[in-house]
Design a protein around this ligand. Structure first.
Ligand code: GLP
Length: 246
């Protein structure tokens, strides 16, 4: 696992977009597993810019998303379906047949989770997984305590996560559950890039990078990944001891 520290959010977003673009140029049919949240917005904006200037095509790529709120239909304004459409998929030349976001309103969630895993396998596995990190160390919606061997499934959200995400919902009440790709599936990606920006992520980043590899800190599992990178801005890296950065 590598740690790279960039000066600020813009540099972080630029570097993340450059890595994704490079992987797609090497392999136009790459399979990507992608995050939501505020952190990746700068990366998505730059990737859309590369597409608009004619420098990058996504037409042959396959996309999977990490997670979705349980119970939300794809048209719900706080859904990750809407987030991904508005910030990325509708702005690039993605083939809708190769865009996959977990359905929060699937009538048989267990079967839908199994199908999601099968679709990832069927696509040949994930080439590049891009992640954010929650303030409690979650990745996707794998909250503290999530088994390292977990697969796509329905999970209960931590109260702290529901509070952080509450503003996206009416009456400030985030759903109690979500569907998330599991930690084992994330770790099977051939490359993993975790993005973290801001001082409110510094504690989670330090626990993941320098603490014990333990299920209480889901992002710590990436330390076992042969091609895992923590891409941080200086604020997110501010709790790290010296000597970990490139
Ligand atoms: C959300 C998402 C995660 C995301 C994280 C951080 O709840 N489920 O996939 O990485 O929290 O979000 P942000 O980038 O807005 O801090």
């Amino acid at each position: 696992m590598k740690v790279r520290i960039l000066p600020d959010y813009d540099a972080l977003s630029e570097t993340a977009a450059a890595i994704v673009a490079e992987r797609l140029r090497e392999k136009p049919s790459a399979v990507l597993l992608l995050p939501t949240g505020t952190t990746p917005l700068g990366m998505y904006r730059r990737l859309v810019g590369l597409h608009r200037s004619g420098d990058l095509s996504f037409a042959r790529a396959t996309f999977f998303n990490l997670d979705e709120y349980f119970g939300l239909p794809p048209e719900h304004p706080a859904s990750y379906h809407v987030y991904m459409r508005e910030n990325f998929y509708a702005l690039i030349d993605a083939d809708p047949a190769r865009v996959h976001v977990p359905r929060g309103d699937a009538p048989d969630p267990k079967a839908a989770c199994r199908r999601y895993e099968a679709a990832i396998r069927g696509a040949g596995g994930i080439d590049l997984c891009v992640l954010g990190i929650g303030r409690n160390g979650h990745i996707g919606f794998n909250e503290p305590g999530a088994p390292f061997g977990s697969r796509t499934r329905v999970v209960r959200l931590a109260e702290s996560t529901r509070r952080v995400n509450a503003a996206d919902f009416e009456a400030d009440r985030a759903p109690e559950q979500a569907i998330t790709v599991g930690l084992a599936t994330i770790c099977e990606a051939r490359e993993v890039l975790l993005l973290a920006s801001g001082a409110n992520k510094a504690g989670a980043v330090a626990a993941a990078v320098e603490g014990e590899v333990a299920e209480s800190v889901p992002a710590s599992v990436l330390r076992r990944h042969p091609k895992g990178t923590f891409l941080l801005d200086e604020d997110a890296g501010s709790d790290l001891g010296s000597g970990v950065a490139d």
